[in-house]
Design a protein around this ligand. Structure first.
Ligand SMILES: [Zn+2]
Length: 71
């Protein structure tokens, strides 16, 4: 048998800061970086591109009927 041990778990760098990740906070190096990643996901979920909603806002200005013309 050879003395070389093939590791199944490859140490991946922390996606936030690039430091080697720990088992406790995998795949991050610390809970702090895990928190940063979580905040990125949460903030990203709130970013919704405003599409047709802006066009509808312009239609709010409706023509006001003149009551004097009815008489
Ligand atoms: Zn990190």
């Amino acid at each position: 048998m050879s003395g070389k041990v093939i590791r199944l778990r490859q140490p991946r760098p922390c996606p936030i800061c690039g430091k080697p990740s720990t088992q406790a906070d995998h795949p991050f190096c610390s809970g702090r970086c895990a928190d940063i990643d979580l905040n990125r996901w949460l903030s990203g979920a709130y970013v919704i591109p405003a599409g047709p909603a802006e066009d509808a806002a312009e239609d709010v200005a409706a023509p006001t009927p003149d009551p004097d013309e009815d008489r």
